[in-house]
Write a protein that binds this ligand. Structure first.
Ligand SMILES: [Zn+2]
Length: 73
C-alpha cells in the first residue's frame, strides 16, 4: 500500500480517500463513520470538522488503483 497521505494532499487530489480512524473524503466533504450501539448499520455523517485541518489525522489513503499525482509518486 502507498504511503499515507496528509489531509492537505487529499484536498489537493480531490478524489475519494479514507482514513483508518473512520473518516471518508467524498466530493470535497469529510464524512465520519458512526455505528450506533447494538445496530450493525454503518452510517456516515458529514463532519463539522471539514474546515479545520488541524484536528483531522494525517493518515489518509486513496484507492489502490488511484492515478493521482501523489499515488503515482
Ligand atoms: Zn491518489
Amino acid at each position: 500500500m502507498a504511503a499515507p497521505l496528509t489531509f492537505a494532499q487529499v484536498k489537493q487530489a480531490k478524489t475519494f480517500a479514507w482514513n483508518a480512524n473512520g473518516y471518508l473524503y467524498v466530493d470535497g466533504r469529510v464524512l465520519v463513520h458512526i455505528q450506533p450501539v447494538n445496530d450493525p448499520t454503518h452510517l456516515f455523517r458529514v463532519s463539522s470538522l471539514r474546515d479545520s485541518d488541524e484536528v483531522l489525522p494525517d493518515e489518509w489513503y486513496h484507492l489502490p488503483d488511484c492515478t493521482c499525482a501523489f499515488c503515482r509518486g
